[in-house]
Design a protein around this ligand. Structure first.
Ligand SMILES: NC(=O)c1ccc[n+]([C@@H]2O[C@H](COP(=O)([O-])OP(=O)(O)OC[C@H]3O[C@@H](n4cnc5c(N)ncnc54)[C@H](O)[C@@H]3O)[C@@H](O)[C@H]2O)c1
Length: 270
């Protein structure tokens, strides 16, 4: 049993694909903290069937929605409000995909149709989620909307390719929509910039294992795990963070502010 930090709150969680997914851990934790949840993922992810098991485990309905389709999102939120018995208090956008990364395209040879898909799935969908929520008056006051980002939005990590642009756009959307929803609804909007994490999306990036170790050695507290990310998400959905908004919040064990670490230096002395 958690501390019931989310008791009485209703949430929508996007992006639980399998037990490694960050969204999967967030759903378990939010449930444990007393929240009522609706789970969503792309229709294609439903066919793998894993998300249904999570739904059964935490007593949550699973609703298919392609996050790039406003029509799907409208249906999702109206159904969610019916199921949950009212407006939504928190939303997690844990969605990312780049066809260019997936197909190993070089950054100097990108397919531009795929680039647009990357931006649509990984960034514009966040705007679509919030615009749909706003137009349908689906958010409660003092609600919290969160998306997951990565430090490649600020610094170059070559293998991250066009996902770097998607994350920069995602963080910018969080600021602009955070202003708007703050004014109209007292709703906060933030992004969490998470450590590299071994998930389907994470391990799809070239050289992931080496990079995971490097990031761990460069972080005074070590990499943040998916479970720790879920704890942070719960705190940001809770009433203890009601004035935190329009921020990109690094959850990375200190990586983002470390120039060099003793451990990494040691590797160059050998
Ligand atoms: N794993 C990492 O190293 C890491 C680090 C920082 C940030 N992130 C971010 O965390 C988020 C979650 O990724 P994850 O690491 O848990 O991997 P994951 O592969 O488990 O989750 C990605 C999810 O996006 C969903 N998705 C893809 N296209 C979609 C669409 N059109 N509509 C709806 N959903 C769609 C997938 O089905 C999947 O559930 C992503 O935004 C990712 O970029 C991951």
């Amino acid at each position: 049993m958690g501390k019931q930090l989310l008791e009485g709150k209703k949430g929508a969680i996007f992006g639980a694909l399998d037990p490694n997914s960050i969204a999967w851990k967030v759903a378990l934790k939010a449930h444990d903290e007393g929240a009522k949840i609706v789970l969503s993922n792309a229709p294609i992810a439903m066919r793998m069937g894993e998300i249904q098991k999570l739904g059964e485990e935490i007593g949550a309905e699973v609703i298919a929605a392609d996050a790039t389709s406003v029509e799907d999102l409208e249906a999702l939120f109206s159904k969610s409000m019916e199921i949950l018995g009212g407006k939504i208090d928190f939303v997690l956008h844990s969605i990312g995909m780049s066809p260019n990364v997936r197909k190993g395209k070089d950054y100097g040879d990108l397919n531009y149709d795929w680039f647009q898909k990357t931006l649509d799935i990984s960034a514009l969908s966040f705007h679509k989620v919030m615009q749909t929520l706003e137009k349908n008056d689906a958010l409660n006051e003092w609600g919290s909307v969160l998306a997951l980002s990565y430090i490649a939005a600020q610094k170059v990590f070559p293998d991250y390719s066009d996902m770097a642009q998607a994350k920069a756009l995602l963080e910018s959307i969080a600021r602009s929509y955070g202003y708007r929803l703050g004014k109209s609804k007292k709703v906060r909007v933030n992004t969490i910039s998470q450590s590299p994490t071994p998930t389907t999306a994470g391990t799809g990036v070239g050289g992931f294992d080496a990079f995971l170790s490097y990031a761990d050695q460069m972080s005074p507290l070590g990499n943040a795990s998916a479970e720790e990310c879920a704890d942070y998400c719960v705190s940001l959905f809770s009433d203890y963070t009601r004035k935190v908004t329009m921020q990109n919040l690094f959850h990375d064990g200190g990586f983002s502010n470390t120039g060099i670490s003793a451990e990494v230096m040691e590797n160059f002395r050998k």
